[in-house]
Each structure stands twice: as C-alpha cells, then as structure tokens.
Write a protein that binds this ligand. Sequence first.
Ligand code: SF4
Length: 61
Amino acid sequence: MKATVSEDCIGCGLCESTCPEVFSIGDEGTAEVIVDEVPEENEDSAQEAADNCPVSAITVE
Ligand code: SF4
C-alpha cells in the first residue's frame, strides 16, 4: 500500500495523530508521507487517516 497527500491538505494534524508511522506535518505545515511503502501493520490506521481527513487529501491504494 502506498499513501499520498494532495495539495488540498490544510495541516490539521489529524492524520499524524492517527498514523504517525506514515504521516508527519512537515516544515511547510502540511502533511507529508514519510515512508515509501505503508508497513502492513499500519495499513488500517493509514486507511483510517484517509477516511477521516476533513478535506479528503489522502489517497491510499
Ligand atoms: S488529515 Fe488531511 S488535512 Fe489534516 S493534516 Fe492530514 S492530510 Fe492534511
């Protein structure tokens, strides 16, 4: 599974709280994906982060 964050991110920090293994708020104040591939044990929380993003900026596939 790979995760991406679009330019729609508003930097609310929810994804980092939900799945800090994959998402981190970067220097620009928006979320970044910090792994090439989402580890299997983090797939559920990465999906949860995507589902809960208020601006639907996260894609996981
Ligand atoms: S939950 Fe969505 S809007 Fe909030 S920081 Fe993460 S990607 Fe950005």
